[in-house]
Design a protein around this ligand. Structure first.
Ligand SMILES: *[C@@H]1O[C@H](CO)[C@@H](O)[C@H](O)[C@H]1NC(C)=O
Ligand SMILES: *[C@@H]1O[C@H](CO)[C@@H](O)[C@H](O)[C@H]1NC(C)=O
Length: 414
């Protein structure tokens, strides 16, 4: 581990003490949605600090394999969530592990391929899995009974595998699922996992054999542009305005050295590496992919108002899914724009357009669905333990902003 990473980690306890002191003295922190909860302030601090370690040291943050996480750690810390889950922890192939494998599944039943976030350099955190399993547990019985979930166990760049290695791992596995006639595949990913899912749809365009596109995509704070550009670091832009609110800070992704670690010698401006990247994209880059351009497909997208990636995501969404919000936020009046009516857009059945469910969480930060809303798991577990079925309608729509909306989306579209 480099000296810099070591110092970052050694500073963490002190950072946490500062968070506690500020919390009690000033009655909160700058994080807007979470400044009333000490636990969430501490979590955000831990994430911010962890993201400062050198990329190649990311593997030391959670020094276990995904198999160990899924087979040993999760059953230990979230026993009720995995109890009696069919196929839990079984391998589909070396890159894919079942979180849920319905025993009598048909090839037309939905399969979700979940790709985890962590900038491609940090291993999966237990709470990401807990959040995903909580979503599954909250589905309506009829949907839950038919839905299977696969976890993509890709290699990290900090283990020596620069992108697009992960894309090829996904492709290998995806092709195998398709060759077995599965035609109801849903790509789901948070952060870097969202990047992987989006990049993969562009990658499929380059495949010469006939292609089965995924039917749906679930994107949670997807990382669409690898690095911020100088023009992003000015007032009025999310990279600048949210630098104190979000766990992601522009210093993390602005270094050329990091870019080399991330993608080796690949072209950083290619649409596969940076789908929302520098060169102005056009709608034609996306229209030719059925997933983005007809109402037989569904996309769920969620992001936070206070995240650094926000403007990048909205810019990408303007071209890829015809979301008309990017222009609106350009002039810095986003919060006004984001009143009740505007933080969500549900679009269905418009010719030549994908069905959309898009949400911006007011004052939300990066990836809060998986990194903060995981606390729902303890309540879901308690209900399961007492033999009750947890119901999504019992949960606070503001506190569990992402999970509730994702469950509703899946209940209505699976
Ligand atoms: C906490 O956040 C609210 C907005 O949600 C803000 O008005 C308030 O000033 C914040 N508190 C502190 C101490 O920053
Ligand atoms: C998209 O919306 C239309 C209109 O509501 C509906 O008929 C269609 O089935 C939807 N597509 C999917 C994939 O759910």
């Amino acid at each position: 581990m480099s000296l810099h990473s070591l110092l970052v980690m050694l500073r963490l306890p002190l950072d946490l003490v500062v968070v506690v002191l500020r919390y009690y003295i000033f009655g909160g922190l700058r994080f807007r949605k979470f400044n009333k909860s000490l636990l969430n302030c501490l979590k955000l601090r831990v994430y911010r600090t962890s993201l400062q370690v050198d990329m190649m040291d990311g593997k030391y943050l959670f020094p276990y394999s995904n198999r160990f996480l899924i087979r040993k750690i999760i059953p230990f810390i979230a026993r009720e969530l995995v109890k009696d889950l069919p196929g839990y922890g079984e391998l589909y192939d070396p890159n894919l592990m079942w979180l849920v494998k319905q025993e009598d599944r048909k090839s037309s039943d939905p399969i979700i391929i979940f790709s985890h976030g962590g900038g491609y350099f940090i291993q999966t955190a237990p709470l990401q899995i807990k959040s995903v399993l909580s979503v599954y547990r909250l589905l309506d019985y009829e949907k839950r009974r038919r839905t299977s979930i696969l976890f993509l166990d890709y290699n990290l760049i900090s283990e020596g595998y620069p992108f697009p290695h992960q894309l090829h791992q996904l492709h290998k596995t995806y092709s195998k699922l398709v060759s077995e006639k599965n035609d109801n595949i849903i790509l789901m990913g948070d952060s870097a996992g969202g990047h992987l899912s989006i990049s993969y749809t562009q990658f499929l365009r380059t495949v010469s054999a006939p292609v089965v596109y995924p039917l749906k995509m679930v994107l949670i704070s997807p990382w669409v542009k690898l690095s911020p550009l100088p023009e992003d670091l000015v007032q009025g832009k999310s990279w600048n305005d949210n630098e104190h609110y979000d766990m992601i800070h522009h210093s993390r992704f602005a270094s050329m050295l990091d870019l080399r670690h991330l993608i080796g010698t690949s072209d950083p401006f290619s649409i596969i590496c940076s789908p929302g990247g520098k060169t102005p994209r056009t709608q034609d880059d996306w229209n030719c992919i059925p997933l983005y351009s007809d109402d037989k497909h569904d996309i769920f997208l969620i992001l936070g108002e206070d995240e650094s990636f926000r403007d990048d995501v909205l810019q990408w969404a303007k071209y890829a899914i015809d979301l008309p919000w990017f222009e609106k936020i350009k002039y810095g009046n986003l919060h006004e724009f984001l009143d009740e009516k505007h933080y969500q857009l549900i679009r269905r059945g418009e010719q030549g357009k994908v069905n959309l469910s898009v949400f911006i969480e007011p004052h939300g930060v990066h990836d809060s669905m998986l990194y903060f809303e995981d606390v729902i798991a303890s309540d879901v577990s308690r209900k399961l333990k007492s033999g009750k079925l947890p119901n999504v309608r019992d949960y606070d729509r503001a506190k569990y902003f992402g999970i509730v909306r994702l469950v509703e989306f899946l209940n209505s579209s699976l």
